[in-house]
Ligand binder design. Sequence first.
Ligand code: P6P
Length: 336
Amino acid sequence: MRQVTVVENLLLRQKERPMASGRFTRLLTELILSAKIIDREVSKAGLLDVLGVTGEVNVQGEIVQKLDDFANKVIIRRMERAGVLCAMVSEENADFIEIPHRFPTGDYILVFDPLDGSANIDANVSIGTIFGIYRRTSFGDQAVTLSEILQKGAMQVAAGYIIYGSSTMLVYTAGDGVHGFTLDPSVGEFLLSHPDIKIPEQGKIYSVNEGYSMYWDEPTRKIVDYFKSNDNSLGRPYSLRYIGSLVSDFHRNLLYGGIFMYPADMRDPRKPSGKLRLMCEAAPMAMIIEQAGGMATDGTRRILDIEPQELHQRVPLFVGSKSDVEIVQRYYADAR
Ligand code: P6P
């Protein structure tokens, strides 16, 4: 296959809709450089003292892994200088990140989880960076406001992830299909390896942490029983595959077909919304899956239609093959 870089692919596919003044290209280029820097540290994590924790606790109340912290700093420092952003949202930061006045700004907003699945770092499990890109909704040079940032996922102009695994891949969409690029370390470039990814209409895999089944609501219990039975449309039980790293579980299901579930968790009736964050995790994955022909719901609502009320709002997530996610919607509709 001819070696096609991310920018070449973007320009080829955007010829009828050039992404404005090349600012999007610059954003992507800087994000890719951040990913290469993170990849270098992740790939040698076992050799250096970057394993383990910093001892700090992030806004989610989770102990910050050193690589988490490193990845967050790399993205913030590189992207704030890119001259294309007016704000950033990181899963690791409580508030949104304004661009320091000494740097030029632009109209894009970058939302990201710098290193998802980081609890798996020490076990050498694949982890990833997840991102979503929005445009600011007001114009002029006044400071961006929180209300401008709290946009529903359908407003994303692009979304993607980098998976640091047996090979490092960038998978993203700018609204015209999903494309996968594999990092070729010999040239230091992400090269097109998976053009126009489409998820199979129906899968044979379900991904959920069954250990929490006692905390699930009734529809979720029935849904998981459906996938484990002979009475589903496959005529036999789906295989359970669960890595505990969203990017890894999502990537496998995107390529092979299947459904990933992080359901509502009834442990705290005041917060029956599961663990995953709407803006930094669910919405980017939802844009990717829809562009690949799949679906993403919280059980009743399309993920991309959910208007965030706060930056780190959590949401139940059912994402994957269209016919498998439609089963979820049917069970929740029957429960209403
Ligand atoms: P649990 C990783 O911490 C993460 O945010 C996702 O990457 C992953 O899908 C999920 O949590 C795993 O959560 O509760 O099953 O360990």
